[in-house]
Design a protein around this ligand. Structure first.
Ligand code: SF4
Length: 365
């Protein structure tokens, strides 16, 4: 843990470096609570480079929280395409509506009120409070835990909440009462440019004289992440069923993975194609919905079959794509409570908010 007389020097060195090396980012130009809120939600689990262009488009479409509150969910999801994790967009939209209705369109400063809003956890609340309102509060995420485990030479696993709390407490001593937002943003930049996961660039680091791992150990071996969970392997079959004019799409309702998004129909497991009797069958007994789709689409053989894969954060999909070209669309049913099917005109596909995995499959056809 830092000695008291090191604290002021640590933040001075860090802030001086930040002044010269800070990343120019659109949400750092004319900082407002609204822009900070949008950026922090977008940056949850998405890289800065991917966020920059979408942030600009989003702010252009919804310049204020009341504009966002007044938008439809479809409009919000459509502008969220490319960022993934669409539940964030839905929660942000709910938050905007609550702020517009209950807080007069002003982003609240209170930690407790922020934490009660959908999609805002401890890190995001601290980032908003420090960056937009100047509150002295450390925003603790994976970046900060990595830097902290090195600066304070913490060799215990950061999976333990006691370890995370002690790193946060140590940073709480370092954060200055002035420029708390800059301090947090400086740590974010340090974590993305110098104190990176592998091979940290300690030679250029502004706080190396305070860093115990640099002085006494091997920084690249920290943090200790404990046991890492491997992504779950899942095999899925995707039905790409189209006519010349339209593509069969479905929307998943709430309470399911990728809820609310439009997608190509897919099922867990493998399908097999029997060329002899010209049918496609699901392995094991199909559920009602799968059975309906089989009966409707499978009298013909797929035009093409290929295999691809896609990595989500916690699951890895091996995807068998069954591509059907039909003369005429068949009648869709909407008797399945969790699904809504429709034939979407080919030239209006961009109007639907599609998860990246399905966009990639459509690009491959
Ligand atoms: S000296 Fe190296 S390990 Fe320590 S904070 Fe700087 S970059 Fe990270």
């Amino acid at each position: 843990m830092p000695r008291d007389n090191d604290c002021a020097s640590f933040s001075r060195c860090l802030l001086r470096w930040y002044q010269e090396h800070r990343r120019e980012l659109p949400w750092r130009e004319h900082i407002t609570p609204y822009k900070t809120l949008i950026a922090e939600i977008m940056l949850q689990q998405t890289r800065v480079e991917a966020v920059i262009p979408l942030f600009r488009e989003f702010i252009q479409a919804f310049p204020t929280i009341t504009d966002l509150a007044a938008a439809t969910e479809e409009q919000v999801l459509s502008l969220w395409q490319g960022l993934g994790y669409y539940s964030r967009a839905r929660r942000l939209h709910q938050t905007a509506r609550i702020i517009a209705e209950e807080h007069g369109g002003k982003i609240p400063q209170s930690r407790q009120v922020l934490l009660n809003l959908p999609g805002i956890g401890a890190y995001t609340a601290a980032a908003i409070r420090s960056i937009a309102f100047g509150c002295r509060e450390t925003a603790v995420d994976g970046n900060l835990l990595r830097i902290g485990s090195r600066v304070f030479l913490v060799q215990d696993s950061i999976q333990k909440s006691s370890v995370r709390q002690s790193i946060a407490a140590a940073f709480d001593k370092l954060i200055p009462s002035e420029q708390a937002g800059d301090f947090n943003q400086a740590l974010m930049d340090l974590g993305s440019s110098l104190c990176i996961p592998r091979n940290p660039r300690c030679g250029q680091c502004p706080v190396r004289v305070f860093c115990r791992a640099y002085q006494e150990s091997t920084p690249g071996t920290l943090p200790n992440r404990g046991r890492v969970n491997r992504p779950k392997q899942v095999t899925v079959s995707v039905m790409l069923i189209q006519t010349q004019e339209a593509l069969l799409m479905r929307q998943r309702h709430s309470g399911t993975f990728l809820q609310g998004m439009w997608e190509l129909p897919w099922f867990e497991g493998s399908l097999t194609v029997d060329a002899a009797d010209q049918t496609t069958a699901a392995e094991g007994a199909a559920n009602d919905e799968q059975q309906w789709l089989q009966n409707a689409a499978f009298p013909i053989l797929p035009h093409q079959i290929w295999t691809t894969d896609y990595m989500f954060t916690h699951r890895h999909w091996t995807i068998h794509v069954f591509h059907y070209e039909m003369e005429q669309p068949f009648r869709v049913t909407n008797r399945f409570p969790q699904r809504h099917y429709r034939w979407q005109p080919q030239d209006q596909l961009s109007a639907l908010a599609l998860p990246t995995v399905f966009k990639k499959i459509l690009q491959q056809r």
